[in-house]
Ligand binder design. Sequence first.
Ligand SMILES: *Cc1c(COP(=O)(O)O)cnc(C)c1O
Length: 449
Amino acid sequence: MGKNEEIRKRDLNVLWHPTTQMKDHEWLQLLPVKSGQGVWLEDMEGKRYIDAISSWWVNLFGHANPHISAAVSEQANCLEHVILAGVTHEPAVRLAEKLVEITPPGLERVFFADSGSSAVEISLKMSFHYWRNIGEEGRVRFVTLSNSYHGDTLGALSVGDAGLFKAAYEPLLMEPLVAPSPDCFALPPEQWDAHAAERLADMREIFANHEGEISAVIIEPLVQCAGGMRMYPPSYLTGLRALCDEFRVHLIADEIAVGFGRTGRMFACEQGGIAPDFMCLSKGLTGGYLPMSAVMTSQKVYEAFYDEYTTLRGFLHSHSYTGNALACAAALATMELFEQRDVLADNRLLAAQMLEAVSPMRDHAHVGDIRQTGMILALEMVAQREPMIQYDWKQRRGMQVYQYAMAQGILLRPIGNVVYFMPPYVINADEIKLMANVAMAGIDLATRD
Ligand SMILES: *Cc1c(COP(=O)(O)O)cnc(C)c1O
């Protein structure tokens, strides 16, 4: 038995993998990764794979990045972790200062947690509790967009609209108001703003019909990632901010996937020229090294919680690893990497190379949409282009692309029929070509019949 096979066997005896129907692994091979270097992963037998999806969108500057590794190692020899209630430490303070500096104006307070889902939970609780603290107890509803995803814990699951992840748990969940997504699937760019304006009109109607009942609206700015990399224009963000101001509704920007340069700006909200009331950050925050998240909010929200202990106005919420010092060190080192060169400018070149590399797919009979926002590029496989007919998801064509690409040394992870690239920012032109060529051949194969 080879080393790959041995570890696979042992794995299937004891592990239960995330977002996986484990029976699939009767025929779908696990990839046993031994090490990583830059955009490359290496299995137990020395075969190499390009990590085209940044290990579920967390990795920004490559695996085993020397700068981040050194910072984590140095921190580990000094202080690995300490309780953050009643205690503070310099890495947490420095990171909070940095986040306040680089996020949109008005986000002046940082609450640390340890996963994206917990950040979403915190933003919901804070928003609700804020209204309560200022005497508007009636604001108990949340608004979300169709096809949105905000995490898998019960609160976060409630405010998402990803049917597949949610269906089994419906009886347990809060019921959000669902506004139609501004998703511009298959629309030509010149129609995007008009489409967004129509979706803003829908939102206005919901706000107007539920005046005084809504605590917050939560969105994934510009790209609904888990929903299949569906994209919409910055004008929607600008318009939504104005609506939230008009109706006094909090705007929660879930930048967990799109923050830290993914969309072409450091934060996607910048593209709409807006600042949300709450911003959730995680994934790229530590460069893909350690689990950490942060909720940013305004001084105004913070002050509504500031009172005597006995009033129950305080935000009594914690996670054991809140403000973990190793994670703070990894995050600070990641932020330093943004300052060592003009990452966003370099990414514009990489993004253009990615688009160029998939240009042969423009006329493909089974590619219904090629879309890109910064370092996220998606190709959507369809049964027919005109009129558009979608493939049935149960055919699992994305899985065929996945398996083909894996054999060719590229780790892709299509979402349904959507094949996408979201690589680390250290990918080079040759690697982009290789990744794209394999993806295109995989799409050819998966759409042959
Ligand atoms: C991944 C993700 C989450 C959940 O983060 P976890 O760390 O997986 O809990 C929430 N929102 C968005 C937009 C995400 O992409």
